[in-house]
Ligand binder design. Structure first.
Ligand code: NAD
Length: 269
């Protein structure tokens, strides 16, 4: 049997909540090797010292150009913020590094623009608003259900440090639902908000509600209302470890791709 080559990974945002979880996941994954981290500070420090993940090789870089010039990197995993994530994704494309982007905030137009560049280079990559397998299944099930239940509302619930609203997962769920749902403006035709925003964001006539509270991690409920029945789909990430099966799967799968995939659901069998 052909032996698989170790995949050389750099992580951007290594001290953040998701980045740190990724560093610990890589430390436990024999087929992944951490070669560097890209951080806002600690240039030249050892990743192990900065993250507390003992036994890891690799240095911290504050300059992504320096990192990609000096290190032989196969895959960049990015969990930073929307502006930095876009900058890092472009750098990965420029240097021929396969991007695995968990950072949220990408529009469809932006994804298309990056995909065109990557297709030209036959470079594989993944942008996934949600790496939790259960959350991806809720998206898929919602797409199925929306065909029969066009009246639906999405409630996404996250910790209160989250910067964007609604979540990338909620937008992606709504987008998938529009593929099967008949276009429809929900609620009473003469409904009025006595407090602005009470009905949530409008996505193609569906409503999306964002809850932000300490104690939460990442949760989503999709409610479908029909005649005399209510269907509720719910997923809860109780721990950031819930995202790591998907991150690991993406980091190994990009090695065999020649385009940019948007959404983990598109690479799950
Ligand atoms: P966080 O704030 O804990 O971490 C972000 C990290 O990025 C911080 O440590 C910050 O110092 C670092 N950073 C900022 N600028 C940087 C730069 N120029 N270079 C390197 N690092 C830089 O946030 P988080 O909870 O870890 O989330 C990160 C992103 O991942 C967010 O966009 C969030 O919405 C997204 N997210 C995605 C998933 C998923 O499954 N795809 C799950 C959870 C969170």
């Amino acid at each position: 049997m052909k032996e698989k080559k170790e995949i050389r990974v750099a992580v951007a945002g290594p001290r953040g909540r998701m980045g740190l979880e990724t560093i610990h996941m890589i430390a436990q994954a024999p087929e992944l090797k951490l070669v560097a981290a890209i951080d806002r500070s600690h240039d030249g420090a050892r990743v192990a010292d900065v993250t507390g993940a003992a036994g890891l090789d690799g240095l911290v870089y504050t300059d992504i150009d320096a990192c990609f010039s000096k290190e032989n990197v196969d895959v960049l995993i990015d969990f930073t913020n929307p502006d930095v994530g876009k900058h890092n994704l472009q750098k990965a494309i420029d240097y021929g590094v396969r991007p695995v982007i968990g950072t949220s905030g990408f529009t469809n137009d932006e994804v298309d623009r990056y995909r065109r560049q990557m297709d030209e280079k036959k470079l594989g990559g993944i942008i996934a608003p949600n790496f939790a397998i259960g959350a991806v299944l809720v998206m898929k099930f919602s797409q199925m259900a929306a065909k029969y239940f066009p009246d639906a509302e999405i409630i996404e619930l996250h910790h209160d440090k989250k910067k964007d609203a609604p979540s990338g997962t909620a937008i992606k769920t709504a987008e998938l639902m529009t593929k099967t749902r008949e276009a429809k403006q929900q609620g009473a035709s003469d409904e009025k908000e006595t407090l602005p925003g009470a009905r949530g964001a409008d996505y193609d006539g569906m409503r999306i509600h964002s809850v932000r509270l300490p104690g939460l991690i990442a949760h989503q409920e999709v409610l479908f209302g029909g005649k005399g029945e209510l269907l509720t789909l719910r997923h809860d990430s109780m721990d950031r470890a819930s995202f790591m099966t998907g991150v690991h799967y993406a980091a190994t799968t990009v090695m065999d791709l020649e385009t940019l995939i948007y959404g983990l659901e598109n690479i799950l069998d």
